[in-house]
Write a protein that binds this ligand. Sequence first.
Ligand SMILES: [Zn+2]
Length: 356
Amino acid sequence: MNAACCFSALCLFAAVLLPAAAQATHGDGKLHIAVIDVAGGQSTLFVSPTGQSLLVDAGWPGNNYRDADRIVAAAKDLGVTRLNTVLITHYHTDHVGGVPQLVERIPVDKFIDHGTRYGKDPDPAVNYDNYMRVIASGKFQRSIVKAGDALPADGFEGTVIAAAGTVMQSSLPGQGAPNPLCAKAPAVLEDTSENGQSIALVLRFAGLTIVDGGDMTFDRERMLVCPGNKVGPVDLMIVSHHGVDWSSSPVWINSLAPRVAIMDNGSNKGGSTSVIDTIKASPRLEALYQLHPAPSVTYKNPGQTVQGGPEHNTPAEFIANGSGVDGKRVDVTVNPDGGLDIKSQGSGQTKHFVKQ
Ligand SMILES: [Zn+2]
C-alpha cells in the first residue's frame, strides 16, 4: 500500500481489513500445519497458536527454487513472513538440500539440527557441507539437540524423542508401559545411515499429540516403543520417511495408533504398499492422507523391496495431488478444543475430526 493510496476511502477500508486478514492464521490461537509437497522429500510448516513458525526440513536443492517457493507460498497462506525456526531432521538431500535456496527466499532466525553428519552415511556430504556454509555465515542461530530435550522452538511445546542415533531415555508423561506388541517385533539391525541419526519429535497442543519421525527407520522406531512404549498414542502422525517401507514398522504404527496420518510421499517415491496397508489397518485410524497416489509403476530401490501398489491408495478425496499434478498440500488446523480440520488442496474439501 503506498502513501498516496491511503488517502482514498477505498484504501482506508483496505487498511482496516488487511491486518485482520493477515492475522487470520497468524497467531489466531490455533495450531496450523502445512504438509508441503516437495516431491518425496520433507517440508512441514507449523505455525503456533501465538504466531511463531517452525519448519521441519527444507526439501530438495535445484529445480529452480521449486521447494523454497512452495515453502514461501505455504508461509504466506498462513500469514508468516519469516521462519523463526527451521529444524533439519538429518542431512539427506531431500531434507537439508533446500536450505541454501530457502534462506534466499525468506528470513530465517534459527536452525535446529542433530549435530555432526554421521560418518558412515553412504551418501555424498555435499548438502551437509552447503548447510554448514549457511551456518558459518553467522547470520543464523543454531541449536544442536539431543534425544529427550524439550524442543527449543519458541511458541511450541514439544520433545525431541530421537536424535543423532539415540532415543530418549525416559518416556513421555504417562507413557512407558510394557508393550505386548514387542513380542512379534524382533530386534532389527542398526541403521548406519543418516536416516538412523534423524531427529524425531513430538508436539503437543490442545491435549493432542503430534509426531513427526523424520526418516527414522525400523531400529530406532523399535527402541522408542519396546520393551516399554515411551511415546504412547498419537492423534496426528506425519508418516516417517515418505512412506518408504523400511520405516513405519508395524510395531511403530500400531503402538502409536495415529487417528490421522499424513504421508509426504512423492509421485515416484515412498507410498509403499506395506506401509499404506499397515496404517490403514491400525487400530484407531480415522483417515490416511497422501500427498500423491502411490507410485503407479513399481520399482526397486537398491537392495530394497518393491514399492507401489496404487490399488492400496487411500480414497481420492484424501490425496492432495492427482496423477500428473504436484505442488498441492494437506493443511491441518488444530483448534483449541482439540478438534482437527484437515483440507486436501486436491479435492478442496475440509474434513472435521472431533477430539477423542
Ligand atoms: Zn527423506
